[in-house]
Design a protein around this ligand. Structure first.
Ligand code: ADP
Ligand code: MG
Length: 310
């Protein structure tokens, strides 16, 4: 069995690139670019709660970093550095090697550098802290939506929840296990979006966070919501509504923007090759979300995921 230090050196230590000092000392040293603010976020993944025992370690390495990159995307920040606190039951080198490969493949695609962490024996737990940058004053916040703004959604909703409900539908499994963080979109929304969030707990709940922070309501048309194409084939309307409105783990961005930004956002969708759908609008009043069906009837919206509710 390799020691803790051998594991770190073999699997997680790489030469520093942008960092002043990376893995190997008591702390990393980072130098943000002039005029930038630092964005910092952390996410914890527990076996049995966020991933199942026996989950593919390569995909787990991808997803653990992807959910953190998604938080940077939702802030309009450019991800730059990360730390990894890893608890594993044994020094299983096959598992560690595959996990590291999945994590570094995604890190390299986004120019993110692993600059430190902690490694211990215990229940399988992955905690990544991500550090990014955005020009001072330009990061996208949840507060900032204004009455009259449009509500937009990237990509498609519901695929990850469908994958969880129906492991037999092979084509959607990747959307649950290897989500694609919308980093390029987040960066390009700086100066355009008034508020943004990523869909981790479900569209209705996550848009609800924007409404609470911004102190306004929203009206959304169910028919305009972009839905994973597989729903058309399974033809289970109740499951579709549940997955699209309350399904978590899609990691698409929900954002608000003034109506005057419509043409620019349509052009942006073409430039970055990602669908952007205008699905409703922000209204004055209580921070409540109304979702209407094609006949204009209100759809009862289930809450999304909450770790502390039964
Ligand atoms: P300390 O005793 O200060 O906690 P460690 O011996 O735990 O330091 O870690 C040694 C070095 O390796 C540190 O720079 C730490 O940031 C880094 N490190 C430990 N585990 C990981 C990991 N899983 N991924 C990346 N870096 C790690
Ligand atoms: Mg340590």
């Amino acid at each position: 069995m390799p020691s803790e230090f051998e594991i770190i050196r073999k699997y997680f230590e790489r030469p520093a690139r942008n960092a002043v000092l990376g893995v190997g000392d008591d702390a990393a040293l980072l130098r943000p670019q002039a005029g930038m603010e630092v964005a910092l976020s952390t996410d914890l993944l527990l076996e049995g709660k966020h991933f199942s025992a026996g989950a593919d370690p390569r995909k787990l390495g991808h997803k653990a970093l992807a959910v953190n990159l998604s938080d940077m995307a939702a802030m309009g920040a450019t991800p730059r550095w990360a730390t990894l606190a890893l608890s594993i039951p044994s020094a299983d080198e096959v598992w560690i090697g595959a996990f590291a490969a999945g994590l570094f493949a995604l890190a390299d695609r986004f120019g993110v550098e692993l600059v430190g962490g902690d490694t211990t024996r215990g229940a399988r737990t992955i905690c990544i802290c991500i550090v990014g940058e955005a020009p001072a004053g330009e990061a996208l916040r949840r507060a900032g939506a204004r009455p009259g703004d449009d509500v937009w959604v990237s990509g498609e909703l519901g695929a990850a929840a469908l994958a969880l409900a129906r492991p037999d539908i092979a084509e959607v499994q990747g959307r649950l296990h290897e989500p694609e963080p919308r980093v390029a979109l987040g960066e390009r929304l700086r100066g355009r979006a008034t508020a943004a969030i990523d869909v981790s707990d479900g569209f209705a709940q996550d848009l609800g966070h924007i409404l609470e922070r911004s102190g306004c309501g929203a009206l959304v048309h169910y028919d305009l919501l972009p839905k994973c194409g597989a729903f058309a084939r399974v033809a289970l309307p109740d499951l579709e509504r549940k997955c699209v409105l309350a399904g978590g783990d899609d990691y698409e961005l929900v954002f608000t923007a003034p109506q005057g930004a419509r043409a620019a956002l349509a052009a942006l969708a073409g430039e970055i090759g990602l669908a952007l759908s205008c699905v409703g609008s922000i209204r004055t009043g209580e921070p409540a979300l109304s979702v209407l069906d094609a006949e204009g009837r209100e759809i009862m919206v289930e809450r999304g995921y909450d770790h502390f509710s039964a």
